[in-house]
Design a protein around this ligand. Sequence first.
Ligand SMILES: [Zn+2]
Length: 271
Amino acid sequence: MPELPEVENVKISLEKQGFIGQEILKVELLRADLRVPFPKDLPRKLKGQTFAAISRRAKYLIFETEKYSLLSHLGMTGSWRPFDKKLKHDHIILHFKSGVKLAFNDPRRFGLLDMIDTKDLARSRWLKHLGPEPFAESFTGESVFQGTRKLKGPIKGWLMDQRRVVGVGNIYASEALFAAKIKPSRAAGKITRQEAELLVVHIRRILTDAIEAGGSTIRDYRNSEGKSGEFQTRFLVYDRAGEKCLRCKDGVIKSKVIAGRNTFWCPKCQR
Ligand SMILES: [Zn+2]
């Protein structure tokens, strides 16, 4: 499943490919829905609008025009690509005045496509409950420390809760907790102030590294240039159950389902 670094890479590659500034000539919907129905007036309203920006909020990719924004989520297998010929599972094709086209393809159809008035984006049903971005100034060691006091649930679940902070998905939660030497099952309320500071530093560093590496290629993720990421070769703990810990060279990596997802840690150097 694409996580924040992969979505950020899709955004970066769409920008590089010159989709900002493109005026929409026609929106071709090849089915009526993905996870939710496409708004019926989407083709009519987007016609003639120009992409002023492409942004990302959590794992949503947003094509902004002055009036309307096209909000998309890749779900499990969604992808955007410059269109040249039709492929199986293409569900939407944007035709631009310049002659270029952009297609959304999604074999498993857990993706999402919605249109929202740009001025109402932050209040929309998709974005209104979201916590801060991991790179936001408001996300700090102190905010993590204060936000976790007295909580008995595992810190890993807290990190993956989008109302607390967005974009720290399963893989990156395991990696950041390993880097900060915190056991994923530890009660969130037991994290010290110093550990909270460390956690924020490592979350940012790991996400930055992953974005720069083009994201991680889990299953069949590709950015819009058809390139896969390579960050998965740098996982220090994720998916290493039964292997010797790369840091202490003593512990054997364990795995267990925490917060609904497979979680990895070293029992020797994470407390
Ligand atoms: Zn270890």
